[in-house]
Design a binder for this molecule. Structure first.
Ligand SMILES: [Zn+2]
Length: 482
């Protein structure tokens, strides 16, 4: 039985439900890609499919639009797979269990994949509708966006004629996005040497931080547990002799780390001073981060006494110097767009291995040269300390251009339809637009989408009424590109 029967626009929700029935987590997109090809065949539309499971479907201009510039419609077909603890859902073979609550669509126990299934549903509804007025269309459905924009990066764009691109991977109605950050994952490694040390062993932890997304939440003044641990250790170094055996914080380069733990060896005469210092530091941090992270806890757990392999003196000093001097957080705000973070980084992962320290940062900037300069700074710091540096997953920025022809059209179409001006914004996160912007010289691009909440979580919700308005807007926009 269809859950989304009876909701408008009927064909959009029809296809959204079709897509929800096909497993399509990132890295598992062959089946959904084949579904799109079958759709094109059924509707007599030209199509291409590549080895990455990207699909392009073409539709000629409707009558009267033969001379209008071709338009690229774009979204991604993969979704983030999250499920509730204990859920038996198998993302490799089960379809989603859709439900409706009020104005919202959800999937029971799992992510919904409204990000970005709704874009694909929009495209299929437009492609099959013979009553719409539109220029020649190139619907580009990419794969594996959620694991590093892989499909868009691999896509051969040489056959694309359009230089106007409508990306539909945004999550707030009424906002037209016109620029996004580029970025990379910067991996730094410092080789370390070890000695043995005897004394009392403590596990010290900084926890209880809010964390968050290293792009969209980097401007929320949230503390970074890995860097606070650097401060803790350096402060300790000023107060007593200690040795460092273990260090571990954060899980993902693009998440602000919520906790970091270290194992220390100290002399038994310093136990009291250690506990006093940590209590005082907790109080200071709570005051410094009032309003964002006043829940910070700094704890120490005694593990026992004995001998452990610890960093030798020089390695320990290098690790402390590195953590005290690594830049982090906002580096520059945009002077063109008020409130936009232009360049930032986040030390997401910190791990001490027997023979090296590994530090992984997510670097972002909406200006390509600023991203590269920050990477060079990190490389210099790591190499100065005898370590190495590697940039992975580099993706380009979609740089801001003011008042392009498409932006003007998109704003006036919105005003005509809804009687109010949309917000025109830039975001400090990645979108596939950056890759298209780089590959298609002269591209004019905007991104928009219907209201969604809690994407990438099991609480993901898609607004039905917002989907209806956004689809009307898409049709209006296509009609006005002549
Ligand atoms: Zn997305």
């Amino acid at each position: 039985m269809r859950i989304l029967n009876g909701y408008e626009p009927e064909r959009v929700f029809y296809y959204f439900e079709e897509l929800a029935g096909i497993p399509h987590g990132s890295g598992n997109t062959k089946e959904i890609s084949d579904y799109l090809v079958a759709f094109a065949k059924t509707h007599g539309l030209a199509w291409e499919q590549d080895a990455s499971n990207n699909v392009i479907i073409r539709k000629p201009a409707s009558q009267g639009y033969e001379n209008a510039p071709a338009v690229i419609l774009q979204g991604h077909c993969d979704m983030v797979c999250e499920k509730l603890p204990g859920s038996a859902h198998d993302f490799s073979k089960d379809g989603l269990k859709l439900g409706v609550e009020g104005d919202e669509i959800y999937a029971a126990e799992t992510t919904l994949g409204g990000d970005d299934g709704i874009a694909v549903a929009f495209m299929l509804a437009v492609l099959e509708d013979e009553t719409l007025a539109h220029p020649a269309l190139e619907a580009v459905i990419t794969s594996d966006e959620e694991i590093g924009l892989l499909g868009a990066a691999a896509l051969d764009t040489s056959a694309l004629k359009g230089r106007i691109l409508l990306n539909m991977d945004s999550e707030e109605e009424g906002i037209l996005t016109v620029s996004c950050a580029g970025g990379m994952t910067s991996v730094m490694e410092l080789p370390v040497g070890r000695d043995e040390a005897s004394g009392v062993q403590y596990r010290v932890e900084i926890a209880g931080l809010q964390g968050g997304h290293s792009g969209v939440e980097i401007d929320k003044n949230r503390a970074n547990a890995n860097l606070l641990m650097g401060r803790l250790l350096h402060g300790l170094d000023l107060r007593m002799e200690f040795a460092l055996a273990e260090l571990e914080g954060g899980n993902k380069d693009n998440a602000i780390p919520r906790s970091c733990a270290a194992e220390l060896v100290i002399g038994s005469e310093d136990e009291e001073a250690l506990l006093e210092y940590l209590a005082k530091l907790q109080e200071q941090l709570r005051r410094e981060y009032a309003g964002s992270d006043e829940g910070i806890v700094v704890t120490a757990k005694k593990l026992g006494s004995g001998t452990a392999p610890v960093l030798n003196m020089i390695s320990r000093q290098k690790v402390l110097f590195f953590l005290m001097n690594l830049p982090d957080g906002i580096q520059k705000m945009s002077a063109q767009i008020p409130g936009l973070v232009e360049t930032s980084l986040n030390l997401g992962v910190l791990r001490l291995y027997p023979e090296k320290l590994e530090a992984v940062c997510s670097v972002r900037s909406s200006v390509g040269s600023a991203r590269d300069a920050l990477g060079e700074k990190l490389e210099y710091l790591a190499e100065f300390l005898g370590g190495g540096y590697l940039a992975q997953g580099v993706y380009p920025a979609w740089e801001y251009q003011a008042d392009t022809p498409l932006q003007k059209l998109a704003v006036s179409a919105y005003e005509e339809l809804f009687g109010a001006a949309p917000k025109v914004e830039a975001i400090h996160a990645g979108l596939e637009c950056g890759l298209f912007y780089e590959k298609l010289p002269g591209l004019d691009c905007i991104s928009f989408g219907p209201d969604m909440k809690n994407v990438h979580t099991t609480e993901e919700r898609l607004s039905i009424s917002s989907t209806e308005r956004t689809y009307r807007y898409l049709r209006k926009l296509l009609e006005s590109i002549r």
